[in-house]
Design a protein around this ligand. Structure first.
Ligand SMILES: [Zn+2]
Ligand SMILES: [Zn+2]
Length: 288
């Protein structure tokens, strides 16, 4: 029998007595998933001098932690998406880095330099999206203002509120995005319309915090956490940073994330984890 839904590959069980030719057709449809490439880019290092700030229940008090700021270039046949922009490239000039409050920050390799090595200029990148607009994710965002900015409506309001505009350290890094072409959303956004690259609303760290879900042809489902978690322990202990905008909302996002990770058998990449970053192929190599 023929079944229109067979082509989606999702409702095979609903179609009884498939002939061998129909089985072949289904397999071919599965292989038609768009081939996307995930490039992991090193976008600076953050030494957390007071890890206690990252657990409201005191679980991390008295500790420090070395973290990475990672950025990702996703190359889809229909365009490129830059996910997060890390610490400002300008910090590269400070060879030993700088100490800023509870953080020591350094940028041994610039984002622009790494993209250049891949033969990609800012003008080539169709889409920019940020997990959220903290300084270690939006540090170079203004350099990609020519890209279409995909942003959660709540994050857009948050990043351009009066208090944010008054922040002379952070605001200039992304202020140019105010004039960017934008795609806004409130729940989830399917970037290329084929389910391979989806931005998912997981608020609480900031009002419009998001994570990225990728469907890679060989590597399967990948989830990039943004700052839903900073450490492996944040995930196992469900710790919430003291500076999150909404703790109960963060915990609900963690629940949603874990259900999704289980359902899709995803590889979870904690974006600030040096270990998770080191486990990825280094550009120009990529995960596909
Ligand atoms: Zn953050
Ligand atoms: Zn962060």
């Amino acid at each position: 029998m023929k079944c229109a839904l067979l082509l989606t590959g999702l409702f095979l069980a609903a179609c009884s007595n498939p002939t061998p030719s129909e089985n072949t057709e289904t397999v071919q449809e599965h292989t038609k998933i768009a081939k996307i490439k995930l490039y992991a880019l090193e976008c600076g290092y953050v030494n957390m001098l007071d890890l206690g700030l990252f657990a409201s229940n005191g679980a991390f008090d008295g500790r420090t932690n070395n973290a990475i700021s990672s950025c990702y270039l996703i190359r889809h046949p229909n365009g490129d998406l830059l996910w997060d922009t890390g610490l400002p490239d300008a910090l590269h000039a400070a060879k030993d880095g700088i100490t800023n409050g509870p953080f020591h920050l350094s940028v041994p390799n610039t984002l622009s330099g790494q993209l250049e090595s891949l033969g990609v200029s800012a003008q080539d990148i169709e889409y920019l999206s940020l997990s959220h607009t903290h300084f270690d994710h939006a540090g170079n965002a203004g350099q990609y203002a020519a890209s279409t900015f995909i942003v959660h409506e709540s994050e857009l309001a948050h990043m351009f509120r009066d208090e944010a505009r008054a922040d002379a350290q952070q605001f200039p890094a992304y202020s140019a995005l105010e004039k960017s072409e934008k795609i806004t959303f409130t729940d989830n956004h399917d970037v290329f319309g084929d389910g391979t690259v989806e931005i998912l609303s997981m608020p609480g760290h900031t009002p419009g915090h998001t994570v990225l879900k990728l469907e890679l042809a060989n590597a399967g489902t990948i989830l990039l956490t943004g700052d839903l978690y900073h450490l492996y322990e944040s995930r196992t202990l469900r710790t919430v940073p003291v500076f999150n905008t909404d703790e109960p909302e963060t915990l609900r996002s963690m629940d949603a994330f874990e259900a999704l990770a289980k359902e899709t058998n995803a590889r979870v990449i904690i974006q600030h984890s040096v270990k998770d970053f080191e486990a990825l192929p280094k550009a120009p190599r990529y995960l596909d």
